[in-house]
Design a protein around this ligand. Structure first.
Ligand code: RP5
Ligand code: MG
Ligand code: MG
Length: 286
């Protein structure tokens, strides 16, 4: 695996916390670093114990029991398995499988260990007025377009992904997050929501192409909590299903638009890598 970079961004998002700088050769836990003394940070919003967050490890919970989740398994309905195999647990705390980040605790993430997300990559071909595919002037390959959202938290463009709720089927998360962030399904009346659902059901009921399943180099990652995702490509080959949907940003998305897929377009976390994999599969311009 490539070295995580955004997981070592100097400034921890949504805070004044500065990560302890971790040099490339000290990322891997197997590299000895006895003086390693990262800053501990868990966001106050997480400590308030919203439904989506764990308690602090060692905290007293109901009936005088102490919170100590079981890792590398599904524990009390919460999937704590890692997509990239077994991760280590040290002193009761899970260790980031991609190495040091310069921050301990959970930061902005709710779960200790893996926090599972799903990323719907909805694509179509870029076409001219006659409907013919437009080839890129340099690569001579057809250009894909995908539905991108501008995240409210950091202002970066991203795939409209989101967290998998405990017990939720990933296929549902993909469709739900796309509807919430790119079609603003949360702010319409139930009858309208049902219509949106109906219009995208066909595309999302197709199996899609699983592009990636594993660790995400997300700026919110810490030594003890990290993002993992399943990224799936739903492609509108003929350009007449989702292409015609009116896009409207919603929930944690501030803007939404079709974006030409190109290596030079900066994206949140490791989303650019997922799109590169889509272009390989579809023999498109990158
Ligand atoms: C990324 O964070 C994932 O790839 C996914 O796009 C996203 C999920 O987090 P939220 O959008 O719910 O903040 O790591
Ligand atoms: Mg969301
Ligand atoms: Mg999201």
């Amino acid at each position: 695996a490539t070295l995580h970079v955004k997981s070592r961004c100097p400034q921890y998002p949504g805070s004044k916390i500065k990560r302890l700088p971790v040099p490339d050769d000290k990322v891997d836990w197997s590299q000895k670093w006895p003086q390693y003394n990262p800053v501990n940070h868990t966001d106050p919003a997480v400590l308030k114990k919203p439904v989506w967050a764990d308690a602090e490890i060692g905290d007293f919970c109901l009936f005088f029991s102490v919170f100590s989740p079981k890792f590398n398994t599904v524990d009390a309905g919460v999937d704590r398995t890692g997509f990239e195999g077994t991760y280590k647990v040290e002193n009761g705390k899970p260790l980031n499988p991609h190495g040091r980040t310069g921050v301990t605790g959970r930061g902005l993430l709710g779960r200790w260990g893996p926090n599972h997300a799903a990323d719907p990559i909805v694509t179509r071909w870029k076409v001219d007025a006659k409907g013919a595919k437009i080839l890129h002037s340099v690569s001579k390959r057809p250009i894909l377009q995908f539905v991108a959202i501008k995240r409210k938290d950091c202002g970066e463009w991203a795939i409209p992904g989101g967290m998998v709720d405990p017990g939720e089927q990933v296929s549902l998360t993909l469709q739900r997050e796309f509807s919430e962030e790119a079609l603003n399904s949360l702010s319409v009346v139930p009858a309208e929501r049902a219509k949106i659902h109906e219009r995208i059901n066909k595309l999302f009921k197709s199996p899609g192409f699983q592009v990636y399943k594993g660790y995400v180099d997300d700026p919110r990652n810490t030594d003890n909590a990290w993002m993992e995702t399943v990224a799936v490509n739903f492609h509108d080959e003929s350009g007449n299903s989702v292409s015609e949907l009116p896009l409207q940003a919603g929930d944690d998305a501030g803007q939404v638009k079709w974006v030409d897929v190109d290596s030079s377009f900066a994206l949140y976390a490791s989303h650019s890598h997922f799109l590169e994999l889509v272009t390989k599969e579809r023999k498109a311009h990158w």
